[in-house]
Design a protein around this ligand. Sequence first.
Ligand SMILES: *[C@@H]1O[C@H](CO)[C@@H](O)[C@H](O)[C@H]1NC(C)=O
Length: 208
Amino acid sequence: MSTKAFATSSITDLVDFNQQSLLVAAGSIAFNPIFWNVVARQEYHNKVLTKLFGGNSRYGCYFLAVVIFGIGILRDTIYERALRDQPALDVLQTDTVKMAAGGMFLAGNVLVLSSMWALGLTGTYLGDYFGILMDARVTCFPFNITDAPMYYGSTLSFLATALWFAKPAGILLTALVFVVYKVALTYEDPFTAEIYAKRERTRAQKSK
Ligand SMILES: *[C@@H]1O[C@H](CO)[C@@H](O)[C@H](O)[C@H]1NC(C)=O
């Protein structure tokens, strides 16, 4: 069957590394979580966005939400454009793969949209860093499936797009998405955990 095609092809046949659009897509994928982590920490320590909005932390958070949403759309567009410059792989061009891709895209979007719904706007877009804390930890769907439904849902959508267009380069970029989000989580999880632990300590102090 297709084993011969695999045996004789190297990674450079599957992915065209000479396309600048590939590098731009990789850069955009890496940039986004770095951007929102840097900005959110600046907000937490120096209240930069709250100050920008005259002391209104909610407006600051809404602004960050719009920016994060915008650079997300931009990244997705850059990704899709980059895939157009890449070779397709024959063995991926089947109805089965297309169907699997459709299912993954649906599942990915359900994870992303339902977690936005569960967290609300400020909960989704780093409100904790602005001092807008959730009342309690969200444990309902999709948080009963994974701790980071937004990140895994987004990763699934990237993979789905790669498979839909039968582009190995897309699978490679999806691997980068996965790694970048994993790294982001190792920064974000302990930081937000500490924000909430701090609130608990303050509450305990007050009730003494
Ligand atoms: C998560 O919650 C949903 C909706 O409440 C439920 O249908 C689903 O079975 C739960 N999943 C797990 C793994 O607990």
